[in-house]
Design a protein around this ligand. Structure first.
Ligand code: PLP
Length: 432
């Protein structure tokens, strides 16, 4: 460790943070435990950049883990937040702005006929599961290995030892009794999904899936996998939940469901719809949503749900992403990044590939783009970690774990992408 590193304000803040907060962070992946080293404490962000406590600037490909699709601190979003805040921070009573954002979400995502606002993606998925169970009167849920749906008890589950066995908790504090209702299957494995429905289809309340998975790096659901899932859910009366907390308004305007042309029964949203503030949502078929309190028997509530300041940020973001050509440009910039990085790695002789869908991308230290959790885990983690730290040194901030997708924003222009690829060229050369 150099003297300069020891006196870094990031180090000082990290040591201090660990005194008052477990691990020094308020969400585990921020702690850099997967890659090692000291997390950067961020002081401000603008456009594609973030600055740390030492004043060092980074090109940011985390974008607050997805919300910052317009780039950080977009002037119109900041103004909307300031204007809303000046009228009061929270009322605990309905507002017209909540109607407007609900109408906008229903218009932009046609499978959503009614929507309920919550404050985090975890609340959205947890509530959607309760709704699916309440509406079907069934307990079992199906999820896929490597998909992350927030930290509700029944979703913190990994695959058991054999096919079609019930899962094991991935966190202490989750009772076996809770996870015995969760079936964990392989992503993109059509035969296994068919077997599961054949053996227990009439007891399955719902299937929850990231149609474009962003929590095992980036992995695309195959059209066949998603199409068969839709058919089986319909055939057996199970609810199909697309968790689009990450992919919603990120892979395209109507989310992954518009890309694949598949209509889920329920959809979970978050991240982009809050524009950097705590807004998430679940919604879908009106007949299902009518099961929600206060008109139906499925309970769900929130002191800060539909918070006026957060909704102002979300609504402004949703307006701006509808500008003509927005997603074409975002997709093109992510493509340029993927092509540039892949070429730079090839030139250096490093086994690497990359992929992107809309404004989301994946980087893999392997010969082929993975299509399952197992394939993704076989990537070269040590190499990723060296690449991550090399890029950080160069002033480029990628997600601090091999298992995370990356995000570009509307402010990642050609110059920013070009600077990133040049930095990667130097780092790959050192890795080779
Ligand atoms: N679902 C998906 C697909 C996510 O990516 C995440 C978070 O990354 C969540 C749910 C949970 O959202 P939150 O962190 O807002 O609780």
């Amino acid at each position: 460790m150099t003297t300069e590193h020891q006196t870094s304000k990031n180090d000082i803040l990290f040591a201090r943070a660990q005194q008052s907060t477990p691990g020094g962070v308020n969400s585990p992946v921020r702690a850099f435990r997967s890659v090692g080293g000291t997390p950067r404490f961020i002081t401000r962000a603008e456009g594609p950049y973030i600055w740390d406590a030492d004043g060092k600037r980074y090109i940011d490909y985390v974008g607050s883990w997805g919300p910052a699709i317009l780039g950080h601190a977009h002037p119109q979003v900041i103004k909307a937040v300031q204007d809303a805040a000046a009228s009061g921070l929270s009322f605990g009573a309905p507002t017209e702005a909540e109607i407007e954002i609900a109408e906008e979400i229903c218009r932009l995502v046609p499978s959503i006929e009614q929507v309920r606002l919550v404050s985090s993606g975890t609340e959205a998925t947890m509530s959607a599961l309760r709704l699916a169970r309440g509406a079907t009167g069934r307990d079992k849920i199906v999820k896929f290995e490597g998909c992350y749906h927030g930290h509700a008890d029944s979703l913190l589950v990994k695959a058991g030892s054999g096919l079609l066995t019930f899962g094991n908790p991935t966190s202490a504090g989750v009772p076996e009794d809770f996870v015995k209702h969760t079936v964990v299957l392989d992503y993109n494995n059509v035969a296994q999904l068919e077997d599961a429905f054949e053996s227990m289809g009439d007891t399955i309340a719902c299937v929850i899936v990231e149609a474009v998975a962003g929590n095992m790096n980036l992995i695309r659901g195959t059209p066949e996998f998603l199409r068969r899932m839709r058919e089986l859910c319909t055939e057996y009366g199970a609810i199909l939940i697309f968790d689009e907390v990450m992919s919603g308004f990120r892979v395209g305007l109507g989310g992954a469901q518009a890309l694949y042309g598949i209509t889920p029964d329920l959809t979970c949203l978050g991240k982009v719809i809050g524009g950097g503030m705590p807004v998430a949502a679940f919604g879908g078929r009106a007949d299902l949503m009518h099961n929600m309190a206060p008109i139906g028997p499925v309970y769900q509530a929130g002191t800060l749900s539909g918070n006026p300041v957060a909704v102002a940020a979300g609504m402004t973001t949703l307006k701006l992403v509808q500008e003509p050509g927005f997603y074409e440009k975002l997709t093109a910039q992510a493509d340029k990044l993927v092509i540039g990085l892949t070429k730079a790695a090839q030139e250096a002789g490093v086994a690497f590939c990359a992929d992107s869908v809309g404004g989301m991308f994946g980087m893999y230290f392997s010969a082929h783009i993975p299509s399952s959790y197992g394939q993704m885990m076989a990537g070269d983690k040590a190499r990723f970690n060296s690449f991550f730290h090399g890029m950080l040194e160069e002033g480029v901030y990628f997600a601090p774990a091999m298992f995370e997708a990356g995000f570009v924003s509307a402010t990642h222009d050609d110059a920013v992408i070009g600077e990133t690829v040049e930095a990667a060229r130097r780092v790959f050369a050192r890795l080779a």
